[in-house]
Design a protein around this ligand. Structure first.
Ligand code: ADP
Ligand code: CKP
Ligand code: MG
Ligand code: MG
Length: 309
């Protein structure tokens, strides 16, 4: 039994050691990532337990993901070994947009994309406080999408990060599928941003977005504004926190660190501002390095950051 369950595809990340187009990059640094795994690690750093429902390949990378996840405290009992290969991707940094990264995936047909409803253990999901997934899992395959719907059906409470990846599906398909999910299930915390909201609702204004998402059954909205910071809404409460100005090495994974940190503290009954501030701290540390989850702080380390920085 775990506090939080996440469903998604863990991936091997090859992060460019130097900036620029991949064809000129000679060295890559390996990291373990994937949005929902990053999220789980952030939940755990904030002292709740978390398990990942996923598949990895029967290969060295699959074993690497399981061993790394276990070493970070993730409950790996629901990670299955599949005969397909483990998905990988490369991170191209700082080109053509300075301070931004581009993800180049080699994941079509991967073990992770074979995730299916039969992988969703009913007791495991039912007993968790909250079930989390993202638009990435909805996009990678029909069976993975069905797994998310099944888990959300069984869940006591749900959080969802829209994470629309234009390389994985069209905006039309993303809108149709995500709106179907939001229409069907009440979402305790929705994590999204203006780009995704433009695709989903045709608007970007945070207050207007909250009104519309609320009509769809969203209770709390965590609205990320990239280098500007983030804003959170719940009932009549609204809190904004500016991002910190720090050197950016690779922003990949910042949203997941923020989401997992926020949810973990939210579930522990911390107030919105406390959870938001800790989410901002986690994402700040993550953008400063290559790798999506190594820098995600514990609650105590984030408190030190807030006092001393
Ligand atoms: P995602 O990684 O999901 O795309 P964002 O890009 O909105 O999410 O980033 C999430 C959080 O990470 C932001 O709210 C902010 O706190 C932090 N962040 C992102 N980009 C920067 C940046 N360039 N400088 C400082 N903080 C950043
Ligand atoms: O939205 P974020 O930058 O926080 O997400 C990053 C993750 O799963 C990254 O680990 C990558 O593997 C992915 O999103 C993805 O599939 O794009
Ligand atoms: Mg971003
Ligand atoms: Mg994101």
């Amino acid at each position: 039994m775990v506090d939080v369950v996440a469903l998604g595809e863990p991936l091997i990340q090859f992060n460019s050691f130097t900036l620029g187009p991949l064809r000129f990059v000679n060295y890559f640094e390996k990291h373990i990532a994937g949005s929902e795994l990053n999220f789980c690690i952030a939940v755990i750093r904030n002292h709740l337990s978390c398990g990942l429902i996923a598949r990895v390949g029967n290969d060295e990378f699959g074993r690497n993901i399981i061993e790394y996840s276990r070493s970070q405290g993730v409950d790996v009992s629901q990670i299955k070994i599949d005969d397909s290969f483990t998905g990988i991707y490369f991170v191209q940094r700082g080109y053509p947009i300075p301070l931004k990264s581009e993800l180049i995936y080699y994941r079509k047909g991967s073990a992770g994309s074979k995730l299916s409803p039969e992988d969703v253990n009913e007791d495991y999901v039912r007993t968790a406080k909250l079930v989390h997934s993202t638009g990435i899992t909805l996009a990678i395959s029909e069976s993975a999408k069905d797994a998310v719907f099944k888990a959300f059906e069984l869940a006591k409470m749900r959080s969802f990060d829209t994470n629309i990846r234009p390389k994985l599906w069209t905006p039309e398909k993303a809108r149709e599928t995500i709106l179907k999910l939001l229409g069907k299930y009440d979402i305790e915390v929705l994590i999204t941003d203006p780009d995704d909201t433009k695709i989903l609702l045709g608007i970007t204004d945070p207050d207007e977005a909250y009104r519309k998402y609320k009509e769809l059954g969203v209770k709390t909205l965590l609205y990320k504004l990239g280098a500007k910071g983030a804003v959170v809404f719940k009932d009549n409460l609204k809190a904004f926190k500016e991002a910190y100005k720090v050197p950016v090495e690779d922003p990949t994974g910042a949203g997941d660190a923020m989401a997992g940190t926020f949810i973990s503290l939210y579930l522990q009954g911390k107030d919105l501002e406390y959870a938001l501030h800790h989410g901002i701290v986690a994402s700040t540390l993550v953008v400063m390095v290559r790798g999506d989850n190594e820098m995600t702080p514990t609650t105590e380390d984030a408190e030190r950051f807030l006092k001393e920085f």
